[in-house]
Design a protein around this ligand. Structure first.
Ligand code: FAD
Length: 314
């Protein structure tokens, strides 16, 4: 029996994890913790039984408490594998579970071949490398790389939903979401924008982003940045493009003062066209660029904005 940790029954990536598990040919159970509803719709994705954790302290995300809930079922059901979605939370909960069970865990897998030991294929380096690895442990613990399989409904059976109450300690609730603030966003979001104008360390300061913002606004796009910029505190992390930021696929990505580190490119390699603005003709980003302007962004970007304003007659 395989147990699938479902972060959110309505989320495609959780449904993909269920589809992945179903493909392994064993009976699939699902566990839902603290989510909306009881996940009965998951039966459609192949879960024979949905186990819904109920506890007064599970009202918001708490990684160790969610892992304790999954561990409760590992104890009572003895699954051969626990599989989660390769989301931030899926990876975090499975990593907590692995630590609690003292077992290895493999993140972002695209396939699992059972055996002694099992073999997994997994995505590494922000999607630029596929690694074949042996996975030991009992149960096998892994997460499924986003979009490694398409979420496909199977033959739905009678819904069987079982509530359970995990035992939680104070230590399980030390890290917990206590408050939410929505990001102050004006205009189009980074993920949805057709044009993203991004700034890197070459922008020089938080104030230097005024020219980046102006160009993004003229193009109806969003502002992005590199990690060097978020580390310097010039922009919030929500603006960061890359392996540890947002992954985007705009029609046009304008990278200003960004060198093109692999961790940055992991976030923008889906862009249809890339324009790099950089004074260094040897900058690695030029290898991926469709267009490049070798120059100082503080001259080039305002010049582009000026041309656009003139073309618009503004
Ligand atoms: P730099 O590499 O310092 O490049 C600055 C560029 O600006 C240079 O090419 C320079 O020629 C150019 N420049 C200087 N002056 C000007 C000017 N006046 N006009 C135009 N250009 C100019 N990075 C990310 O971006 N996103 C991530 O998600 C991310 N995740 C990471 C995860 C891990 C585990 C690690 C280890 C690193 C990660 N990084 C990430 C960091 C990454 O390795 C780089 O350090 C970072 O991307 C560099 O940012 P940068 O290109 O802005 O700065």
């Amino acid at each position: 029996m395989i147990l699938v940790f479902v972060e959110d029954p309505a989320d495609e990536l959780s449904q993909q994890a269920l589809t992945f598990a179903r493909g392994l040919g064993d009976e699939v159970h699902a566990v839902v913790v603290g989510g909306e509803g009881d996940g009965a719709g998951l039966v459609e994705y192949g879960a024979a039984t949905v186990h819904a954790a109920g506890h007064e302290q599970l009202d918001s995300y708490a990684p160790a408490a969610w892992a304790a809930s999954v561990q409760h079922l590992v104890g009572s059901l003895s699954p051969s594998a626990v599989i989660g979605p390769g989301t931030d939370r899926g990876n975090e909960v499975l990593a907590h579970l692995a630590a609690r069970l003292d077992q290895p865990m493999s993140a972002n897998c695209t396939s699992l071949t059972p055996g002694e030991p099992a073999t997994v294929m997994r995505v590494r380096w922000g999607g630029s490398l596929l690694e074949e690895a042996r996975l030991h442990g009992s149960p096998l613990l892994l997460t499924v790389a986003p979009h490694a399989v398409a979420a496909e409904a199977g033959a739905g059976a009678e819904a069987s939903v079982e509530q359970f109450t995990p035992e939680l300690s104070d230590a399980d609730l030390v890290v917990k979401i206590s408050q939410r603030e929505s990001a102050a966003s004006a205009g189009v979001s980074l993920e949805d924008a057709d044009v993203v104008v991004s700034g890197g360390r070459g922008v020089g300061s938080a104030e230097g982003f005024a020219v980046i913002e102006e160009l993004a606004e003229l193009l109806g796009g969003a502002v992005g940045c590199s990690r060097a910029v978020t580390m310097a505190g010039w922009r919030p992390h929500t603006d960061q493009v890359g392996q540890t930021g947002t992954k985007i696929a705009p029609e046009l990505y304008i990278a200003c003062g960004i060198s093109g580190a692999t961790q940055h490119m992991a976030g923008c390699k889906g862009a249809k066209k890339l324009l790099a603005i950089n004074p260094d003709p040897e900058a690695p980003i030029l290898a991926s660029a469709d267009y490049a302007v070798i120059g100082d962004l503080h001259e080039v970007v305002p010049a582009i904005s000026r041309e656009i304003r003139e073309a618009k007659g503004a």
